[in-house]
Write a protein that binds this ligand. Structure first.
Ligand SMILES: *Cc1c(COP(=O)(O)O)cnc(C)c1O
Length: 452
């Protein structure tokens, strides 16, 4: 039998890890952690150490690891049919899930297009929006607008609408041209306003752009309420409400990338509910299977769909599909996920947890280097800065976030940071007591790393 060290040795020999400089594992002090099993909000390594999964395994897990009900559905569905193509064939899980999603999202949504992950859901949305205008006799509406520091996935189309340098800069000769507008990031407000008297004048930039170039703009794509990969940067729901008005006024589609936010993260099923609006197209993935296996959906309205619906010979078909489109096991798990959310009143039960998280975040204010403390629903974030008064950031080479991560890991919490931002995005089933434990571990780790 292989020892744990031998497993890790093999890992480093054969596995190329995502978003990782592999050379960092050369030293003795830090290697990938070999996870053996999970239960609820906890993960266990090969030595039996227990960790709170404070980031829901990259924002996917909602109902806990190795959930009994989901495990049961997984095996039951595998025994019926594990996979079948979704062109000219269909299956009950895909149908049931689409029906449930449309009911949850409400009017005017009417159609669900499946794919495999967040990036593909975004690719589908972009192509759908472009082809919609093309088939409505407006091929010149070909530009996409997105926000600075946005993140929509790692495939080239989604990188094109992305705005974070580390994911994009090298590939800039390969991606298509997009138009950027300033993200409404309140801590470092692009307009120099204070949140107390914010008038959301950052949206004027969007208004001016739309007014000047609406004839060539297909859509604007946004991450609703929280720019996740940018470091959990948050903005008010009214921004989305105003954006919807502008999109209506200038005949521009609104694409809402709910990949990270849907299914409870913000305290509602979908983040757009906070703004009282409906986008034209929205993307879901991550939490749709409660974090079990990959599945994504791009959801839209008849307005979009009807532009594709015509005789075969007109070539208006949406020629897009992935081998595993609408995989039955994934769909069955997603259906069960939605049933559990409804039966166990997961969203209702979040409300006291959200209050608890908010109060637990308050204690970070006393930390010398906690520059900004952000909170939306079940997400909390602490941006560490070198100097609180000037908001001067730590140099990325200092790897402050990574140091806090290592410290917290020793104390039983997984808080994989984004640069200098430590954030909490635990599975939704976490208890109030566990929220306290998780934030306490983070507090001590930040204090130790930044104040000693
Ligand atoms: C994670 C994420 C994506 C990409 O999803 P993958 O499943 O990683 O391809 C897209 N958009 C947002 C907002 C995300 O957070």
């Amino acid at each position: 039998m292989r020892s744990q060290e031998e497993w890790i040795e093999k890992d480093l020999k054969y596995v190329w890890h995502p978003d990782t400089q592999m050379k960092q594992y050369e030293g003795k002090d830090f290697k990938p952690v070999l996870i053996e099993k999970g239960k609820g909000i906890y993960l266990y390594d090969a030595d039996g150490n227990e960790y709170i999964d404070g980031v829901s395994s990259w924002w996917v897990n909602t109902l806990g690891h190795s959930n009994e009900k989901l495990n049961k559905i997984l095996t039951e569905q595998a025994e019926k049919i594990e996979h079948v193509l979704l062109a000219d064939f269909t299956h009950r899980p895909a149908i049931e899930l689409a029906e449930k999603l449309i009911k949850l999202a409400g009017e005017p949504f009417s159609k669900v297009f499946y794919s495999d992950d967040g990036s593909t859901a975004v690719e589908v949305a972009l192509k759908m929006a472009y082809q919609y205008w093309y088939q409505n006799g407006k091929p010149e509406k070909k530009y996409f607008v997105s926000m600075t520091d946005s993140y929509h996935g790692d495939t080239l189309g989604s990188v094109s609408v992305g705005g974070i340098d580390i994911y994009k800069k090298i590939f800039s000769p390969l991606v298509f041209d997009t138009i950027k507008v300033c993200a409404p990031f309140c801590y470092r407000c692009p307009k120099g306003q204070k949140s107390e008297n914010c008038t959301l004048n950052c949206i004027e930039e969007v208004e001016n752009l739309f007014e000047q170039r609406n004839g060539e703009i297909a859509a604007i794509i946004v991450e609703p309420l929280v720019q996740g990969a940018a470091g959990m940067r948050m903005y008010p729901a009214e921004y989305l409400t105003k954006l919807r008005e502008l999109c209506d006024r200038y005949d521009i589609l609104l694409i809402d990338d709910e990949v990270a936010m849907a299914f409870g993260r913000t305290g509602k099923y979908f983040a757009f509910e906070h703004a009282g609006i409906k986008p034209d197209i929205f993307c879901v993935a991550k939490g749709i299977t409660a974090g079990y296996i990959p599945l994504a959906a791009t959801i839209t309205t008849n307005k979009i769909y009807n532009a594709f619906y015509d005789d075969f010979s007109t070539l208006k078909t949406f020629y897009h599909g992935h081998s595993f489109t609408g995989n039955p096991i994934a769909c069955a798990i997603a259906v069960e996920n939605l049933k559990i959310m409804e039966q166990e009143k997961i969203i209702d039960k979040l409300q006291p947890k959200i209050k608890k998280l908010k109060s637990c975040l308050d204690k970070f204010k006393t930390l010398e280097h906690a520059g900004d403390i952000r909170h939306t629903g079940m997400i909390g974030a602490v941006e560490m800065v070198k100097d609180k008064s000037t908001k001067e950031p730590y140099d990325f080479k200092e790897r402050m976030g990574h140091r806090v991560f290592l410290e917290a890991l020793k104390n039983g919490a997984i808080l994989r940071p984004i640069g200098n931002v430590i954030y909490f995005m635990p599975p939704l089933i976490i208890t109030e007591q566990e929220i306290e434990k998780l934030t306490d571990i983070a507090y001590s780790a930040i204090k130790k790393v930044t104040e000693s």
